[in-house]
Design a protein around this ligand. Structure first.
Ligand SMILES: *Cc1c(COP(=O)(O)O)cnc(C)c1O
Length: 359
C-alpha cells in the first residue's frame, strides 16, 4: 500500500468554512431562529402548490436552461434573456462569477466585514482576497476600494445593503465609483436584500448595469421571496458575462422545483411584497426600540440589524438564546439579528434591554 494521499490544491488551505445560522432548539421553551436572514413566513399557497406539482416529476432532470424562469425574469425586469443567468442560490452564481473571472494570481476586492461567502468563493478559485475595511459608520469605503485596485484586480463585490451591517451605498457615490473602476474589472452589485430597501437614494442596480458592460447585478429568491431552501438566484449582466456564467454553471443545478416555485413567486409578487412591507415595519419598530434603550444601531435597509458588541458578542448572543431567540454572533465583532415575526422581536427587545441594564 502506498503512503501517499490524494493531492489537494493548496488554494484550499485556510479557506474559512461557511457558518450557517444556528437553528432554533427543538423542544424546550419557544425558540425563534433569527440567525439566517430568512423570511419567517411559510410559502404562499400558490407557490407551495406549484412546487408540490413539480415534485411529482422529480424522476426527471430539470430544464437545464431554466427556460420558463428566464422568460419570466426577462419580462418582470425588462432585460433580454441573453443578459440573464441562474444558479443554485446567488451564492452559486457568485462562485460562478469568480470562476469566470479570477484564478491564481488574480485579486478579488470586497468590503469587510461583508458576506462570508466572498472569501470562500474567492479562495476556491485560487484567487487572492483583498478585504477593504468598512468605514467607521459600518458602510462600504468605496474610495478605499478604488485605491485597492491593481493590475491584478478582476472582480469587486459591492454588497448593497451590506450583510451583516444592513448599511447602504447611495446612488451618487456608487455611480462615481463605477465611473472610476477600470472597464475591464467586473463589479458585482450583490442586491440580496434590495426588496427591503426604503431609502430612495439607494439605486436599483438594474438601472446602473444597462450602460455599463462591467456591472453585474446579483439577486436571489432566498430572502424576500422566501425560497431559501430551494436554492435559486440569478445574475443580470451584459452578454459576455452572462454567457460566461452559463459556462461555469453546474449542469442541472437549479431543480425544477426551484424553477417553478420561483416563477410562481414572481407571479405572486404583490402578496409577497406585502409581507416584506410588514417586515420593514417590524424593522422600524425594532430599531426604534433599540435606540430607545440606548444602543447604537447603524441605519439598516435590510431584514436584519447589526449590533457591534466587540468582546460582549458571545455574552449577548447567549442572553438572547436564554430569552428564546437564536441570533448570529460574529465572535469579537458583533451580532446580526434577523427581523422575524413580532413575538420573536418582542423577546429579542426584552433580552437586549435586560443586557443593557446589566452593563
Ligand atoms: C443571503 C445572501 C445571499 C443569497 O444567498 P442564496 O445563495 O441566494 O441563498 C447573497 N448575498 C448576500 C449578501 C446574502 O446575504
Amino acid at each position: 500500500m502506498s503512503e501517499k494521499t490524494p493531492k489537494l490544491r493548496t488554494a484550499l488551505d485556510g479557506i474559512p468554512t461557511y457558518k450557517p445560522g444556528r437553528p432554533a432548539a427543538a423542544g424546550g421553551p419557544v425558540t425563534y431562529k433569527l440567525s439566517s436572514n430568512e423570511n419567517p413566513y411559510p410559502p404562499l399557497p400558490g407557490v407551495l402548490e406549484q412546487a408540490v406539482t413539480a415534485a411529482g416529476a422529480f424522476n426527471r432532470y430539470p430544464d437545464m436552461a431554466c427556460t420558463g424562469l428566464m422568460a419570466e425574469l426577462s419580462e418582470r425586469f425588462s432585460v433580454p434573456v441573453e443578459h440573464l443567468a441562474t444558479g443554485t442560490g446567488s451564492v452559486g452564481v457568485a462562485q460562478q462569477l469568480v470562476q469566470a473571472t479570477a484564478g491564481p494570481g488574480d485579486e478579488v476586492i470586497y468590503a469587510w466585514r461583508s458576506f462570508e461567502a466572498y472569501p470562500i468563493v474567492t479562495q476556491v478559485s485560487g484567487a487572492t482576497p483583498v478585504q477593504v475595511p468598512l468605514d467607521s459608520d459600518e458602510v462600504h469605503d468605496l474610495e478605499a476600494m478604488l485605491a485597492a485596485i491593481t493590475e491584478r484586480t478582476r472582480l469587486i463585490f459591492v454588497c448593497n445593503p451590506n450583510n451583516p451591517t444592513g448599511t447602504v451605498v447611495r446612488r451618487a457615490e456608487l455611480e462615481s465609483f463605477l465611473d472610476r473602476v477600470p472597464s475591464d474589472v467586473l463589479v458585482v452589485l450583490d442586491e440580496a436584500y434590495c426588496e427591503f430597501v426604503r431609502d430612495a437614494e439607494v439605486p436599483d442596480g438594474l438601472d446602473l448595469y444597462r450602460d455599463r458592460p462591467n456591472v453585474c447585478v446579483l439577486r436571489t429568491f432566498s430572502k424576500a421571496y422566501g425560497l431559501a431552501g430551494l436554492r435559486v438566484g440569478f445574475a443580470v449582466a451584459h452578454e459576455p458575462v452572462a454567457a460566461a456564467l452559463r459556462k461555469t454553471a453546474v449542469p442541472f443545478g437549479v431543480s425544477q422545483l426551484a424553477q417553478e416555485a420561483a416563477v410562481a413567486s414572481l407571479r405572486s409578487e404583490a402578496a409577497l411584497l406585502e409581507r416584506v412591507d410588514a417586515l420593514v415595519a417590524e424593522r422600524t419598530r425594532v430599531v426604534e426600540g433599540l435606540l430607545g434603550q440606548g444602543w447604537t444601531v447603524p441605519e439598516t435597509q435590510a431584514n436584519f440589524v447589526w449590533l457591534r458588541l466587540g468582546d460582549r458578542t458571545a455574552d449577548f448572543a447567549a442572553a438572547c438564546e436564554r430569552a428564546g431567540v437564536v441570533v448570529r454572533p460574529f465572535p469579537g465583532e458583533g451580532v446580526r439579528v434577523t427581523i422575524g415575526e413580532s413575538p420573536a422581536m418582542d423577546l429579542f427587545l426584552e433580552a437586549a434591554e435586560g443586557f443593557r441594564k446589566a452593563l
